[in-house]
Design a protein around this ligand. Sequence first.
Ligand SMILES: [Zn+2]
Length: 320
Amino acid sequence: MKAKPGPVAGIDYPRTYQEFERWFADEISCRKYLFQLRWPQGFNCPRCGSKTSPWVTARGYLHCAQCEGEISVTAGTIFERTRSPLKTWFAAMWFMMSQKHWASALGLQRILGLGSYQTAWTWLHKLRRAMVRPDRERLHGPVEVDETYVGGSESGSKRGRGSEKKQIVVIGVEVHSPMGFGRIRMRRIPDVKGVSLVPFVCDVVEQGSEILTDGWSGYNDLHRQGYKHSKTVLSDSGDPAHVAMPGAHRIASLLKRWLLGTHQGAVSGKHLDYYLDEYTFRFNRRASRSRGMLFYRLMEQAVATAPLPYRLLVQGNHNM
Ligand SMILES: [Zn+2]
């Protein structure tokens, strides 16, 4: 397989807000952009497989010359059946990726002049959903895995008393030698038993990788799942400077700081998954300093993410 060349600034994505405004001035240019992203090798009719270039109808549909079907460029993407102009969606995505930390629904509502807070909130959640779902490339080792507790009162220790009201998040982070991190993955889990921890590792880390954990028994089955499991057991000195999994520990504190700064730490359980997705998306693309590049990456995933009805979105059915 030929490696896909990376996107080019000024050709594949706008470099500045001025350029963004020029590129996406109307619906036709937005649809053209989505078309390019969905069919970079040329059109391929989702109904009949025809590769003949479609023509565009007056209402903006693609008319397949072979099957005479009318196809919307937004069908099967998060923009499907939206009643808002694509231009507004694009602006929302640019806005979201321009925020250094996190885009609030209120901020989005104000900047785009959206009618309701609920609309802004729904849009941001739809976009968060696009942030991780299609990205299936697994981490490879060595990977540190550890759990952390989010929300609730700050007292109480790990895996112990006082953690009932908190939510448990398991973190996987690629550790580089001699220092630094690669990519991360996170998941909210109901408990710290092996049945919650081991499937997370199996889902997000390539088999055969080395998994680094502390001495917790919940990880004991990893070697049976084809991982090289290295345990670090620290003596109970109580010295907070010595943590068994420094990488995961660091990610956990960055996550908590991010959640605190943006939500005052108040993220309800069912929605935490979406915020974990957003955090992961941003963290794993932290080397992309340009907003345009982040915008492009988000757009790329948005056209590959099936829409989620509002009803399911508010229920927080993250894994649907
Ligand atoms: Zn067709």
